[in-house]
Design a protein around this ligand. Sequence first.
Ligand code: ADP
Ligand code: TRP
Length: 329
Amino acid sequence: MRILSGVQSSGKLHLGNYFGAMKQHIDAQEEHECFIFIANFHALTTVQDAKRLAALTHDVALDYLALGLDPNKACLFRQSDVPEVTELAWILSTVTGKGLLERSVSYKDKISKGLTPSMGLFTYPILQAADILIYRSDAVPVGKDQEQHIEMTADMAGYFNNTYNCEVFVIPKAKLNDAAVVPGTDGEKMSKSYGNTIDLFGDPTAAKKRIMSVKTDSTPVDEPKDPEKCSVFALLRLFADADETNDWADRYRKGGMGYGEAKKRLVELFETTIEPARERRAKLADQPDRVEAALAAGGRRARELAQLVMRDVRQACGIVVARTGLPGG
Ligand code: ADP
Ligand code: TRP
């Protein structure tokens, strides 16, 4: 099965990104053909500072490599190293009705949070569909908030195949995992734009403080508590094994346990999981050429496949391009 997914380079990555998306990408490399990319074209909808965007893009690569993505197993690349996706996005936009995009929950959400309603933000799902379809991806591991974008992608693949009476595109499916929504420190969905994140590679003392500040209700220590309604438990279960998770659930239900205890254990689990990655990340940060070489090699591999699929796309819709002998020509 061919798996593809991407994460925007629009800010520091957090536990929601890790458990909702990145962990699935890293796990998938063992069994599947994996394409994982850094969505820097998409990030332009929110980051409009050249130095910052370039640095954030490099940081996402460091995060993935430190967390265990192996560039010899998975193809890790920058979205912008495959410029054909923007050509495909245009072609898809000509077979896609405006109504489909107007139903995008993520667009409405972003506008309500004050983001500028640029054309880029509005047509964001079309570029995302191009990202997925250009590699004929079968499955797209993402968090729940991206599910609609994958459904829209399947729609767009169908519009193209029907319009040109062909089967150029594979219809992809979203692949959600148990951590579909990771709560933030305030109990809402953890998100860069809500200021409620626990960053993966921030200062360890700050991470500890953030964990200790996760919002809980005011049930007294002695009384039984409902683990299913507690954000600390929701985070704890992401790190702990099944036995430990059941144990904590029992302790919650029995009463006599304060939320502080669960938070302290969460801090420990966070540290044991992240510390080895933090060390690997520091070493990689000193070798920018090695990271760049891995990205460049991934970009070449991804682009080769994208060019093959684009040949079929252009042929299906009658777009003729001169052979220039230049890259992509
Ligand atoms: P943010 O909301 O912080 O801007 P992104 O939209 O860049 O995060 O999300 C990148 C990936 O991480 C997506 O696949 C998304 O589904 C996943 N993700 C982000 N936040 C969460 C969360 N709180 N729970 C589960 N998955 C998440
Ligand atoms: N929209 C995704 C996000 O915000 C990022 C993304 C862009 C993506 N293109 C993609 C995810 C293709 C999966 C597949 O997280």
